[in-house]
Design a binder for this molecule. Structure first.
Ligand code: TEU
Ligand code: CA
Length: 555
């Protein structure tokens, strides 16, 4: 395979400093005009990603799926969903991306399969206690006739985490566990057959040349023995335990680390591969245990993602991240947006944001678009100078806002249906992105079709109107990524220099680059030096840095 990857120096492995671009495949680019993004669409747009200056692409699931949770319900772990293309299309993408120096990272969903996975269909057709059922979490119900769910766990998407099945003999019978939608039955990870299967799936994709995996719900695979009820002391229903002495019955259990280590061994048999954990475990000291030397390479820094754009909070979370990740020899990572959260250019305009996953609908207080964009750009510019790895979610390089007025009739997130619309869910950050301001569907799809309607304000954010236009968010991202690469900021060290600026700001040095942010007030005097990049259009040496603006200076 023709590749143009730089040589991998020990301690400078690519994943320690990589800028990884997340593609949400159904909303990136549609290659065949059906209104749903696909692999040929991605391949056709690789040039724009190479120009942006990213190191790798992580795509949300492309594998075969009934698409009840946008591909996070997998029915065949070794094939591509026809909606997105074929295995050949995938191989072609891997090869063409490699030729441009871009690695491809797969999304792997091991906590649960689709309810249409052959194993689950076999389990339904088999008797309670059978080896087919033992791959999942089937239990008898409580109550006189087993009509009460085995415990009180709730689905992350709302409602009970248990669904009762009809047995092969036609009678109501056992219940199965699904921490997410009822179409996503949880595997039993204490079963060696499940472990062997996933090891084989890892090898299947590694052999095909993927650079690694983003592992879905990496903190949820092991459930506490006996599946004890949740109570007020060991958790908020969907969140983290209040009292560490009484662990949550399914988030972040010790047993998961053994699985992490098994997988790490598999990846280590190959060259230059990495895996990143989607592990919503807090605090950071605990999250860091997922990236010890023999476990994951990286984990998403959700503590950082959830931190408000406030001076003291930013200072604290950056320090804590660097401290905790370096204590275990792992790179810190930085992320502001993904397909599960409100886009940061909208989120940061609010003082108080809805709970993660709940989303914003037309009935919610509408955002201040201008303020959000200003803060979003500032937060990105402050983030991209930090040492470690960084994640960018498709569209954020355009400053794209959340779709906050999406009508209920278009919604697809299971959260919306499982809560009868009470929590609108995550569709607002999943809308197809704009490429060309004056093409149908803003260039997303040839026929102008789009599986979720695009709001009118997307037009102004289209890639073509931003390209080569100084001061646009896209050009800002391009220059930040280019400087980040040429100054090797990803491999650098952070030193605070707050004493050089007024109290309303933060200032850090990484190598020969100084990054200054102002959070409030009339203006802040910028230290002397050549301006490399800035969010404040027109800023020149000696000018004041306004609130919610960032500047990069060469010293
Ligand atoms: O998300 C897991 C997760 O815990 C949350 O981010 C979740 O989506 C959120 O709390 C919902 O309110 C992963 C995927 O990123 C997500 O898209 C999937 O829906 C989920 O797993 C199930 O596979
Ligand atoms: Ca398509």
């Amino acid at each position: 395979m023709q590749t143009s990857f730089p040589e991998n120096k020990a301690g400078h492995e690519w994943w320690r400093s990589a800028v990884i671009y997340q593609i949400y495949p159904r909303s990136f680019a549609d290659g065949n005009g059906d209104g749903i993004g696909d692999i040929p669409g991605i391949t056709s747009r690789l040039d724009s990603l190479a120009e942006l200056g990213i190191d790798a692409i992580w795509s949300s699931p492309l594998t075969k799926s009934p698409q009840k949770d946008a591909g996070y319900d997998v029915s065949d772990y070794r094939d591509i969903d026809p909606l997105f293309g074929t295995l050949e299309d995938f191989d072609d993408l891997v090869a063409k991306a490699a030729a441009k120096g871009i690695r491809i990272i797969m999304d792997l969903v091991p906590n649960h399969s689709s309810s249409m996975h052959p194993w689950f269909l076999e389990a339904l057709a088999s008797e309670p206690g059978s080896k087919e059922r033992a791959r999942y979490m089937f239990r008898d119900g409580k109550g006189e006739n087993g009509e009460v769910p085995p415990n009180n766990w709730e689905s992350v998407f709302g409602g009970a985490a248990w669904t009762r099945v009809t047995e092969p003999n036609g009678e109501l019978g056992q219940w199965y566990l699904h921490i997410f939608d009822s179409s996503q039955p949880d595997f039993d990870w204490t079963n060696p057959e499940v472990r062997a299967e996933f090891e084989s799936v890892l090898r299947f994709w590694l052999d095909r040349g993927v650079a690694g995996f983003r592992i879905d719900v990496a903190h949820g695979l092991i459930k506490a023995d006996g599946l004890p009820d949740i109570d007020d002391n060991n958790s908020t229903m969907s969140g983290q335990p209040k009292d560490r002495a009484k662990p949550h019955p399914f988030w972040g259990l010790e047993g998961v680390h053994e699985i992490n280590r098994e997988w790490r061994k598999v990846l280590d048999e190959y060259q230059d591969r990495a895996m990143c954990a989607e592990a919503w475990v807090m605090p950071l000291s605990r999250m860091a245990t997922w990236v010890r030397k023999d476990e994951y390479h990286q984990t998403f820094n959700f503590a950082y993602l959830e931190t408000p754009w406030k001076k003291d909070s930013q200072f604290k979370v950056i320090n804590e991240s660097i401290k905790e990740f370096s204590a275990v020899g792992a790179p810190a990572t930085w992320v502001l947006s993904n397909h599960d959260v409100i886009r940061h250019s909208t989120r940061l305009s609010y003082d108080k944001v809805p709970k993660q996953g709940d989303g914003i609908g037309p009935d919610y207080e509408q955002p201040n678009e201008e303020l959000g964009l200003r803060r979003g750009r500032a937060a990105s510019a402050f983030m991209l100078g930090l040492p470690g790895g960084a994640y960018i979610y498709q569209g954020e390089e355009l400053g794209l806002p959340e779709h906050t007025t999406l009508d209920g009739k278009f919604r697809e997130d299971p959260t919306y249906f499982r809560t009868n619309g009470e929590r609108v869910g995550r569709d607002g950050c999943r809308v197809p992105i704009p490429w060309e301001a004056n093409s149908p569907g803003y260039g997303f799809s040839t026929e102008g079709k789009s599986w979720l309607p695009q709001p009118e304000n997307f037009k102004a954010y289209a890639r073509d109107v931003q390209t080569d236009n100084p001061g646009t968010t896209l050009e800002l991202y391009k220059s930040l990524l280019q400087i980040r690469k040429s100054h090797e900021l990803g491999h650098g060290d952070l030193v605070w220099k707050n004493e050089l600026i007024a109290e309303t700001g933060l200032c850090y040095q990484n190598g020969d680059v100084m990054v200054v942010a102002n959070f409030e007030g009339a203006g802040l005097e910028v230290p002397a030096g050549e301006i490399l990049a800035t969010t404040q259009v027109g800023l020149t040496e000696g000018d004041q840095l306004e609130a919610d603006q960032v500047v990069w200076i060469k010293i």
